[in-house]
Design a protein around this ligand. Structure first.
Ligand code: ATP
Ligand code: MG
Ligand code: FE
Length: 334
């Protein structure tokens, strides 16, 4: 079965053709980062305009690279939410037009389900599984009893991990998005600054990163006031150490309680070298299989949306032409 998938939830315009939910025939990603950089973050209006300009071209390119025609498609899938409403609408309308014109089923996909199913492009998924979702807008531990069922057992109470990375990076004067820069600098620095670990209640799988972010900002401020030199690499290393210790610690505890067959890492922050390494060594001797997507499938892309759409295609969970962009779409109701 062949699915054309479209993703326009934020600042990547992407289209992909996926076979049987596992094989990437094409995955074209057009990033707008350069257009948003000078504003230090994604500007919604600019994002929508870029999507409008790019979408047709990107879909054509994905179809050409995959060497398929519209008549080969079994469904067209699109990110329905969450994300920027104006950005989502561009993808949703493109998908509806294709579904209508070629009389093929339409499938709405939750963006975070997409991040999780990116792992299906690496390994067949085995249930029950646990997914650690770390992205620009989400930090969640998700338990999946079976294909297509999502239970959020823990989530952030304030900032998402990626958001904390980007804010700390901004304070350090690093370009947007700051996550990859902090990751790089962290490997050149030492854990010289004492920073808090937000464990919350002993039995909680929730996360909190705003306290850590404020602690970093306060430390920088104090150092500056004393007229001292700060070593940016050490700040990055200390911040990253706190983030990773909590993420890995809570994941380890959840894995003990839920006994999943697999542990999946998902979302843009899954590209983080320190986190990948820490999880790999933590689960090396465990009987839980750790699956981590390649870097190209961690940040936003349409291939992951096509992978997630496959289980909805199997169950014939199709969307009607009322499908709309939904910024508040609920993962657990998928
Ligand atoms: P969401 O998926 O929650 O809707 P999003 O789609 O905007 O949010 P993603 O594209 O999944 O987010 O991820 C982007 C985030 O990943 C940014 O915050 C970016 O800084 C972060 N990121 C990317 N690479 C790294 C890295 N190596 N280390 C840490 N963070 C990273
Ligand atoms: Mg992005
Ligand atoms: Fe994302």
């Amino acid at each position: 079965e062949i699915i054309l998938a479209i993703e326009t939830s934020c600042d990547e315009t992407s289209a992909a053709v996926i076979e049987n939910g596992r094989t990437i025939l094409s995955n074209v990603v057009s990033s707008q980062i350069e257009s948003h950089k000078r504003f230090g973050g994604v500007v919604p209006e600019i994002a929508s305009r870029h999507h409008v300009e790019q979408i047709t071209l990107i879909i054509e390119q994905a179809m050409t690279e995959a060497n398929v025609t519209f008549s080969d498609l079994d469904a067209v899938a699109v990110t329905e939410g969450p994300g920027l409403v104006g950005a989502l609408l561009i993808g949703v309308n493109a998908a509806k037009a294709i579904a209508y014109a070629h009389d093929i089923p339409l499938i709405g996909v939750h963006h975070i389900a997409g991040h999780i199913y990116a792992n299906q492009l690496v390994q067949p998924l085995e249930f029950p599984l646990l997914a650690l979702v770390v992205s620009g807008g989400h930090t969640e531990l998700v338990y999946m009893q079976e294909d297509g069922s999502f239970e959020i057992i823990g989530e952030t109470r304030d900032d998402a991990v990626g958001e904390a990375y980007d804010k700390v990076a901004r304070t350090l004067g690093l370009p947007y998005p700051g996550g990859p820069h902090i990751d790089r600098l962290a490997h050149e620095g030492k854990e010289a600054i004492e920073l808090p670990r937000a464990w919350l209640e002993p039995d909680s799988y929730d996360f909190s990163f705003s306290g850590l972010k404020s602690a970093v900002i306060n430390t920088l401020h104090n150092v500056k006031q004393r007229g001292e030199e700060m070593i940016i690499e050490d700040v990055a290393a200390s911040f990253q150490a706190s983030v990773i210790e909590v993420l890995v610690g809570k994941t380890k505890r959840a894995a003990r309680q839920y006994e999943p067959k697999q542990l999946l890492l998902a979302g843009g922050v899954a590209a983080n070298k320190g986190l990948r390494k820490a999880l790999t060594s933590q689960f090396a001797k465990s009987n839980i299989e750790l699956v981590i997507p390649p870097l190209s499938l961690c940040t936003d892309n349409a291939a992951m949306i096509g992978a997630a759409a496959q289980s909805k295609l199997r169950k014939k969970q199709f969307a009607s032409f009322d499908l709309n962009g939904n910024p508040g779409l609920d993962l657990e109701l998928q």
